[in-house]
Design a protein around this ligand. Structure first.
Ligand code: KIV
Length: 286
């Protein structure tokens, strides 16, 4: 441990130890300012491949590249002091073979400083999880609705209803037994989430999977009301920042047109005034 390491910092083993304890608080972040905002409150900050839809306007997560994940990972790293940063491996960067997954995960870890990666998939990806975990790459699993398989599922439907439940249980057990330190359960019925949480040895992190899980995750833009009119049942909008921002932009536009902005306090005098914050030339635009 280096002399400067933050002792409060979360690690994959500390996350695993929270099984059955105080629920784990997890959110996504894609930028430095948002990472700074969520870090004091979170155990885990996920640089999710949802970044493609949320920040880049892509129709699904399938177009997200390794380079995008690395760039956003580096930005988030600069904003974190204590949360565990996990980075999503994007579609096409890990499914081919355990070796491909290791090569790309090692690059993501080296270039971003993240301590773990997340892979979507259950039984089919278990061998890869085992390969990574044995080689110094902590893995968070992701089962249930796995958005990278949207074309296979034919949409973003709830998974594991009725007899389909056994498939999700097998996936979660496979991921856990392969050595993942936690697993995201996305969009599954409450009873199934409770059963899986009781059966797997690692913490379950729910998104649309009820409070029966060992922790919760949301896309930060969804819970802040920033991602348009996207209102799935499982998202609670804790505020409406999108509406507040739109109202502010409308006021700005009106004030510019009416020459009410900039006002006297935003304008530079010919000679600097002593009280002028920009007189010292410290202001970015002085
Ligand atoms: O990409 C993402 O943001 C995610 C979650 C919200 C679990 O995978």
């Amino acid at each position: 441990m280096s002399a400067t390491q933050n002792v409060r910092a979360m690690t994959p083993p500390k996350v695993a130890e929270r099984k059955g304890g105080v629920p784990l608080v997890c959110l996504t972040a894609y930028t430095t300012p948002v990472a700074r905002l969520v870090d004091p409150h979170c155990d885990v900050v996920l640089v999710g491949d949802s970044v493609g839809m949320v920040l880049h306007g892509l129709p699904s997560t399938l177009g997200v590249t390794l380079e995008m994940m690395i760039m956003h990972g580096q930005a988030v790293r600069r904003g974190l002091e204590q949360s565990l940063m996990i980075i999503d491996m994007p579609f096409g960067s890990y499914e081919e073979s355990p070796e491909q997954a290791f090569r790309n995960a090692a690059r993501v870890m080296a270039e971003t400083g993240c301590a773990a990666v997340k892979l979507e998939g259950g039984e089919t990806i278990a061998e890869t999880i085992r390969f990574l975990a044995a080689r110094g790459v902590p893995v968070m699993g992701h089962v249930g609705l796995t958005p990278q398989a949207v074309n296979t599922f034919g949409g973003y439907r709830v998974q594991g209803r009725g007899s389909d439940a056994e498939r999700i249980v097998s996936d979660a057990l496979a991921v856990s037994e392969a050595g993942a330190f936690a697993v995201v359960l996305e969009k599954v019925p409450e009873a199934l989430a409770r059963r899986i949480t009781g059966e797997v040895a690692i913490p379950t992190i729910g998104i649309g999977a009820s409070a029966a899980c060992d922790g919760q995750i949301l896309v930060v833009d969804d819970m802040l009301g920033l991602f348009g009119d996207f209102r799935p049942k499982f998202v609670k909008r804790y505020t409406e920042l999108g509406e507040a921002a739109a109202a502010a932009v409308a006021v700005y536009a009106r004030e510019v047109k009416e020459r009410r902005f900039p006002a006297a306090e935003h304008v530079f005098a010919d000679a600097p005034k002593p009280a002028d914050a920009d007189a010292s030339n410290s202001g970015q635009a002085a």
